[in-house]
Design a protein around this ligand. Structure first.
Ligand SMILES: [Zn+2]
Length: 272
């Protein structure tokens, strides 16, 4: 083949490879949000009807993008329906409102089980020995672009948006935490000073939760957050979205840091 022709063909192939996905996304985003999905979210996501209209419109657009880009697979006989896809997408996208960094660019697959699922994991026992055992999970976030969820827990967590328990918010907070390549409770932040205040506030709050857990004292955040800094960030995210008023009152600095990070104040939604 003529080398010039070959070069032109390669250039055209590269342009098409870049252009076609963008065109497909643009087309997906230009579609109107189906009214039946709107009704479904009113029914399934406890906080959806409280969102201010501009935020709701933004969330709908993010949901369209999420559903365009991610693959859903049912496990253990579960058939994937629009209800499952849209409910999970809505809650996942609440964490990325008011951002321009895309919708979980590293995430490809969401695997949904009908109920909790068993996994083999090695964990340290109380005696400090690492043991292999079967664990029942409601959700799991993998660093290789995968989230696994139990649908009954998803629905329970979505409908009751005030108990501080939400498996979708939890697992997708882990996805955000992973965006910089390490799950350490510190996601990508805007600048160096943000990292300084993040490290100070979250480590103080983490120690306090560990202390409460050790002494069996009640706490606003679930004691599971005392497991490690990554779990603390995921649990704090659940509390931030579901119990914003209590967090602002009792953990003001933590609330402020998370409000800066998520660029929203879920306490405002309770006013609506
Ligand atoms: Zn977790």
């Amino acid at each position: 083949m003529n080398p010039w022709l070959l070069l032109i063909s390669v250039c055209i192939a590269i342009v098409l490879a870049l252009w076609i996905p963008r065109l497909r996304l643009k087309r997906a985003l230009s579609a109107p949000f189906p009214p039946e999905w709107d009704a479904l979210l009113e029914r399934n996501v406890g906080v959806y009807h409280k969102l201010p209209l501009p935020l709701r419109a933004q969330l709908q657009r993010l949901i369209l993008q999420f559903l365009h880009e991610k693959n859903f697979t049912g496990a253990a006989g579960l058939a994937i329906t629009d209800e499952i896809r849209v409910t999970i997408a809505a809650e996942a996208c609440m964490l990325v409102l008011n951002r321009s960094s895309g919708v979980y660019p590293g995430l490809r697959y969401i695997i949904v089980y009908p109920t909790s699922f068993l996994v083999e994991r090695s964990r340290p026992s109380e005696a400090g020995v690492v043991e292999l055992g079967a664990h029942n999970l409601l959700g799991e976030s993998w660093h290789n672009g995968k989230v696994i969820l139990a649908w009954d827990s998803v629905l329970r967590g979505a409908r009751d948006f005030s108990d501080g328990q939400n498996v979708v918010l939890h697992e997708f907070a882990h996805q955000l935490d992973n965006e910089n390549g390490s799950a350490d409770g510190a996601p990508l932040l805007a600048n160096t000073s943000s990292y300084r205040s993040w490290a100070r506030v979250l480590s103080e709050e983490f120690s306090e939760l560990q202390d409460d857990t050790r002494h069996g004292r009640p706490s606003l955040m679930d004691h599971y957050g005392a497991t490690n800094p990554a779990e603390f960030f995921a649990v704090a995210t659940e509390t931030f979205f579901e119990k914003p008023r209590q967090m602002a009152q009792n953990h003001a600095e933590l609330f402020g840091v998370l409000k800066d990070y998520y660029r929203i104040d879920p306490g405002d939604w309770q006013e609506q």
